[in-house]
Write a protein that binds this ligand. Structure first.
Ligand code: URP
Ligand code: ZN
Ligand code: ZN
Ligand code: ZN
Length: 485
């Protein structure tokens, strides 16, 4: 059966043009004028774009004594409702020595009810021979080519510099890309203890314990360690000018560093932590925390200038009840916020409608750049014949006010509650299957497939070529003085 999206304007990361798009067998089969199909979707007045890719989610993540509440079923339902057709989640081994392959098995089990396609990043939470060896299997057999390192969460997920350097070098050998959560975990732990000792135990202290300097320092350190290891680097949830500055500077020096701001940091600010309502503030506790307006402007400028590459959500949704584990001790509030359903409408409203981003730049940062950096382009992130038919048809006139009452996420609130957004999906297709039809959910749990990725990134190859050319070499000398005289 052929489905044709008719009368729309195709918008990709580099082109805008009028065309119909025909889909069959889960793939895009034809793009052109006046196409006919068994099923027709009218896209008059709409933009036909690659479905969103969220490169950073935590669905059913074991964290801080609990599990994030949105699992692969509710999380991918929320994703599709908001025009996102692929999520990349983190398989996280327990730092007490769980193997990487064991952790992947757990994530395989969690993801069977996914309604859209997905891939995994692998987290490195401890270091040893087993991890070193299994990294090769993870890359070559499982098609997971990205490895995440937490520089924060001391005593839990955090790894130290020696572990970072060892893992980054291993990534280099395997053609893989290291990712970092950049915050100085030692300093954060110290500030947390001080704040608690002073009786500063509310959610606002979470922000005080993680100032921009802890993020800037760690981003800079990771960038330098990656440079020494000869690998590219991807910095997740860049929230402030200090981290952005480190990335900008590195890129200007020719280093291959990618920065990922979140839609939350672009549109919500630190004022949320000063709300008189404990629940309101705790629901917004995440790491790094929300920042002030100057930091937000820096992030927007990074998207405009290209120094920041993609917009993610870090979707890690906890209920109010879960957040209340931290009443009386802010360090126990589970860290994380949702955003999967809202990323695309919020970025269109606050990015494109304000003139900060062009529609093509919007496609680049919500989809295509992720597909390229994570090595699944043009299977994903493209409107091209042969690409997977992961498509979002965005109606720029469709609008709503965001509310937890109408969301797909399983939690009881929404950090964007009350925001008015204009620019919503009219249709969303996941590998050719219509999942959203004029606001009605038609998704199918279990439809989602795992996306394997190849370790063939040309950037890795270029960096290792350069590293080899410039490697230390012993100088062969002619006259060697006699020793011991
Ligand atoms: O607060 C956050 N970001 N929670 C999810 C885990 C992480 O650090 O990405
Ligand atoms: Zn993180
Ligand atoms: Zn995260
Ligand atoms: Zn309106």
């Amino acid at each position: 059966m052929t489905t044709v999206i008719k009368n729309g304007t195709v918008v990709t990361a580099d082109l805008t043009y009028k065309a119909d798009v025909a889909v069959d067998g889960g793939k895009i089969v034809e793009i052109g004028p006046n196409l006919k199909g068994d099923e027709e979707l009218d896209a008059t007045g709409c933009y036909v774009m690659p479905g969103g890719i969220d490169p950073h989610t935590h669905l059913e993540m074991p964290f801080m004594g609990t599990y994030s509440t949105d699992d692969f079923e509710s999380g991918t339902r929320a994703a599709l409702a908001g025009g996102t057709t692929m999520v990349v989640d983190f398989a996280i081994p327990s730092p007490d020595g769980q193997g990487l392959l064991d952790a992947i098995q757990m994530w395989d089990n969690k993801s069977t009810r996914a309604a859209c396609d997905y891939s995994f990043h692998m987290a490195i939470t401890w270091w040893g021979e087993q991890v070193f060896n299994e990294m090769e299997t993870v890359v070559k057999d499982r098609g997971i080519t990205t490895f995440k390192h937490f520089m924060a969460y001391k005593g839990a997920l955090m790894v130290n510099d020696d572990e970072l350097f060892a893992s980054f070098q291993r990534c280099g050998e395997l053609g893989a890309l290291p990712l970092v959560h950049a915050e100085n975990g030692d300093v954060v732990a110290d500030l947390q203890a001080k704040l608690m000792a002073e009786g500063n135990n509310g959610p606002e202290a979470h922000a005080y314990s993680r100032p921009p300097a802890v993020e800037g320092e760690a981003a800079n350190r990771a960038i330098m360690i990656a440079d020494m290891a000869g690998v590219p680097l991807y910095v997740v949830h860049v929230s402030c000018e200090e981290a952005h500055e480190a990335i900008r500077r590195a890129r200007m020096q020719g280093k291959r560093v990618y920065g990922e701001p979140l839609i939350q940091h672009l549109t919500l600010d630190e004022g949320e932590y000063f709300d008189k309502d404990w629940d309101h503030s705790a629901r917004r506790v995440m790491s790094p925390p929300f920042r002030n307006k100057q930091h937000q402007e820096s992030l927007w400028a990074g998207l405009q200038s290209g120094s920041l590459s993609v917009v993610a959500t870090d979707h890690c949704a906890f209920t109010t009840e879960q957040k209340r584990y931290g009443v009386g001790d802010f360090t126990k509030i589970p860290n994380g916020t949702g955003g999967l359903e809202d990323r695309i409408p919020m970025l269109w409203t606050y990015g494109v409608s304000t003139g900060r981003l062009t529609p093509n730049e919007f496609v680049a940062v919500t989809s295509t750049n992720s597909a390229k950096i994570l090595n699944c382009y043009p299977k994903k992130g493209a409107i091209l014949v042969g690409a997977d038919a992961d498509i979002m048809v965005l109606d720029p006139e469709k609008e709503k006010t965001i509310s937890a009452k109408t969301q797909q996420s399983a939690i009881d609130y929404n950090v964007f509650e009350g925001k008015h957004v204009k620019g919503l999906p009219r249709y969303v297709l996941t590998r050719g299957k219509v999942a959203v039809l004029d606001g009605d959910m038609k998704h199918e749990p279990g439809h989602g497939e795992f996306v394997k990725r190849e370790p063939v990134n040309p950037v890795n190859k270029a960096l290792s070529t350069w590293k080899e050319l410039t490697a230390p070499r012993k100088v062969e000398r002619t006259g060697i003085p006699a020793s011991g005289v």
